[in-house]
Design a protein around this ligand. Sequence first.
Ligand code: OFO
Length: 164
Amino acid sequence: MELSKKLEKALNDQLNEELYSAYLYLAMSAYFEAEGLPGMAQWMRAQAKEEVGHAMKFFDYINERNGRVILQAVKNPPAEWKGVKDVFEQALKHEQHISQRIYDLMDLAHKEKDHATHEFLEWFVEEQVEEEKSVQDVLDKIKLVQDSPTGFYLLDQELGERKE
Ligand code: OFO
């Protein structure tokens, strides 16, 4: 079964959105580098890498279905935030937005009666639960340390342990 044009376009748009996610987290990583928080910078760098992996899943799937990958311009991410809490709040907001997009894609696949795409997207539904949770966990820890410099120092070290 051929990918419908509508679904092919929507999958290409999501590929772009995943690349934007990588760009956004890389921008956050650069912000943390500039703020002297190398651990948080590393955490965001690992997150950006994961997003490239998401983008490649869409890239491969469109090709597998004999569709055509059309790369689009990736929009500029922000460069500045109001502090550590703001960064992670924006990251959570972004992940919630991505979850909504995946749900919308699921709805479209269902409407187009494309069961293969529906199944492909199931991985992302689960992944989004993880994505939102991992940012929420960091936000919970930020709340715990409040404004304590020692707390931030230790949290930065902890987040810097993330490799993947
Ligand atoms: Fe962060 O999950 Fe993809 O975008």
